[in-house]
Design a protein around this ligand. Structure first.
Ligand code: GLN
Length: 538
């Protein structure tokens, strides 16, 4: 069997959860024994979201191979438990960059370079690239944005052409829309869905399946109406009702026969029921926790729920693994001062200080860390959160009053966090940080070693600054030790305070690798320490 393609578009409004639907369908197909991956095509012009403020586009997710990608790739990895790569996220910027570079090289000599065929050819080339590896039975392609957006048109056109080129049974199209409920009329309305599908049809794409996001169950009448007006088979209108957890969506989609429709349409001779035992076990733990903990998430983008997506999800996984509900209290770091830290953090069972860039809210992070350190509250600092725990310790324990990261205070006399050597020559901003997976060797006898249960680990990174090894001895003598290093460069990857019940700062981002079926040890250990702290108070 050659690789088959499923295209997923969205209409009516944005934020319908195409990424979750794509991930859920992929999960079901994978659970039927098929080899599946998902890719995302984003119509914006940035080469990647690495240069975007999280308020613009949510978290920037990082893959093993160091691609800065859309946060939906995080969902893909969490649902499927397999790694994605640079090739799984393509933007308009990447497409144009390739075509314009080729034009300068003379690849199209004599020709006018146009959206059709040159841009659409490049989109198609990338859409089928992963399929050529022979590693996948099915590739799901999510088209970002909403049908009808000016910038998504070349992508819809590429889908049309591919559907025309490929055998009928090798591709299909799924359209996700919203069926709003009008409270005044007490009615579900299908007109926006009809218009959205018409728009897609104008582009030459006929969806095979329509998935309707809805807050109320769709009646048979509504399903028939959508099917008739949108030209799909009656059984091909699927409801996606609001779920109590995103991880419930695969089961909801299975109950609606989505995976069955897909394997039938793609003529896949694999009608095994999906094996979802482990997934159901996770959901069961998630739904019925017997304990609870309160965790403070201190960061500067807390008002947007997508800004720390992977951290939030990693806490969900760790909660389920510890039979406990994690209540995450988002705290804006710039609100915290030395004198009011207790007002915000008293009652918390754990304090997590988030990654980030720039000055805003930085001192608040330092105050929150001081509070965690002095009061024996479990602490996990990630990337900038780790860097600030080093700064806090330097200022308040070592007595280096102006200790800082040179990212924010270049003139400090105690640059305890400093620019990495390899970064000193870098002038370009996009894609030039220390990115992706790097090895780390943990020191025997440390908390980190105990938590991971092994010496050699690999974790993903996204930073330019590092722990300044010049001060390592001062820190160790005063009680903050480096518990892991990169074996090739010697860079400090993780620090801890052995005299504290649980105080860990990681230069890497553990959140990117946590999945429901494989919760991350650091998050699991952190939540467990939170539970112990909570019990010790009562
Ligand atoms: N701004 C810091 C650095 O570049 C931390 C980055 C992060 O938290 N991802 O090193």
């Amino acid at each position: 069997m050659g690789t088959k393609y499923v295209f997923i578009t969205g209409g009516v409004v944005s934020s319908l959860g195409k990424g979750i639907i794509a991930s859920s369908l992929a999960k079901l197909l994978q659970a039927r024994g098929l080899r599946v991956t998902i890719q995302k095509f984003d119509p914006y012009i940035n080469i990647d979201p690495g240069t975007l403020n999280p308020y613009e586009h949510g978290e920037c997710y990082v893959t093993e191979d160091g691609a800065e990608t859309d946060l939906d790739l995080g969902h893909y990895e969490r649902f499927l438990g397999v790694h994605t790569s640079k090739a799984n996220n393509v933007t308009t910027g990447k497409i144009y960059n390739t075509v314009i570079t080729k034009e300068r090289e003379g690849a199209y000599l004599g020709k006018t370079v146009q959206i059709v065929p040159h841009i659409t050819d490049e989109i198609k080339r990338r859409m089928t690239l992963l399929g050529q590896s022979g590693e996948y039975d099915i590739i799901l392609t999510e088209i970002g944005g909403t049908v009808g957006d000016m910038e998504s048109q070349p992508f819809i056109e590429a889908v049309r052409q591919l559907q025309w080129e490929l055998p009928e049974e090798d591709c299909m199209s799924i359209h996700l829309t919203l069926v709003p409920f009008l409270n005044a009329a007490k009615e579900l309305k299908t007109k926006p869905t009809q218009h959205s599908v018409q728009m897609l049809q104008q582009g030459g794409v006929q969806p095979d399946v329509i998935i309707c996001r809805t807050e109320h169950p769709l009646t048979d009448d509504i399903r028939r109406k959508v099917a008739l007006f949108c030209n799909v088979k009656p059984g091909h209108v699927i409801q996606s009702i609001d779920a109590w957890s995103i991880y419930q969506v695969p089961l909801n989609m299975h109950a609606e026969h989505l995976d069955e429709l897909v394997v039938r349409k793609l003529q896949i001779e694999n009608f095994n029921a999906p094996d979802l035992d482990r997934w159901r076990q996770f959901l069961d733990r998630l739904a019925h926790p017997s304990k609870e903990v309160d965790i403070a998430l201190v960061g500067k983008y807390v008002s947007l729920q997508d800004a720390y997506k992977s951290i939030q999800e990693a806490l969900v996984h760790a909660g389920a693994a510890n039979d406990c509900k994690v209540h995450v209290h988002s705290i804006l770091s710039e609100d915290i001062t030395d004198s009011n830290a207790a007002d915000y953090l008293k009652g918390m069972d754990g304090i997590l200080v988030a990654p980030g860039f720039g000055q805003r809210g930085l001192e608040g992070k330092v105050h929150a860390i001081k509070y965690a350190r002095e009061n024996g509250i479990p602490f996990l600092g990630i990337c900038l959160g780790m860097q600030m725990c080093v700064v806090e310790f330097a200022r308040n324990v070592l007595g280096f009053a102006d200790a800082a990261s040179t990212e924010l205070y270049p003139d400090t006399t105690h640059p305890v966090i400093d620019l990495m050597e390899e970064q000193k020559k870098t002038t370009m901003k996009g894609g030039t940080m220390r990115l992706g997976a790097y090895d780390c060797t943990l020191e025997k006898g440390t908390l980190a070693y105990k938590i991971y249960g092994c010496k050699d680990i690999s974790e993903r990174h996204r930073h330019r600054y590092e722990f300044n090894a010049r001060y390592a001895k001062d820190f160790a003598d005063a009680g903050l030790v480096a518990s892991g290093h990169n074996p090739q460069t010697g860079l400090t990857e993780i620090v801890e305070i052995p005299s504290h019940p649980f105080f860990i700062g990681s230069q890497f981002h553990p959140e990117y690798k946590s999945t429901p079926e494989k919760p991350h040890p650091l998050f699991k250990g952190f939540v467990e320490a939170g539970l112990q702290y909570r019990e010790s108070k009562s």
